[in-house]
Design a protein around this ligand. Sequence first.
Ligand code: AMP
Length: 115
Amino acid sequence: MSSGKTIFKRIIDKEIPAKIIYEDDQALAFHDVNPQAPVHVLVIPRKEIRSLAELDPADAPLIGHLFTIVRKLAEELGLKNGFRTVINSGADGGQSVDHLHIHILGQRPLSWPPG
Ligand code: AMP
């Protein structure tokens, strides 16, 4: 990557394509390129927050907004039987893109505990 931007920042800046299903002034949502369930969507803030571990208390309204988008998308995507939200943080958490994101997984039963 030449610019030092994360892949998600490049999606925000429309430098690379994504299957975007929701967009507003603070956030966007798009289909995961490597889906782990029939529905696998990522909700991200436009603001570059590297992970939940680096969240500022001032970002609380933004986080609330992201989860409101999750609720709306879960309804629109027909996840009537339930769904899972995941936020991976840091190396042990399995985070691979250093831009905060909420996974929405659904349309299949999901086991617990995760691996
Ligand atoms: P995490 O491992 O929690 O950091 O999640 C990163 C997610 O981003 C993974 O599920 C990847 O499949 C997904 N991903 C990586 N690059 C892209 C991309 N260009 N478009 C959509 N999803 C992506």
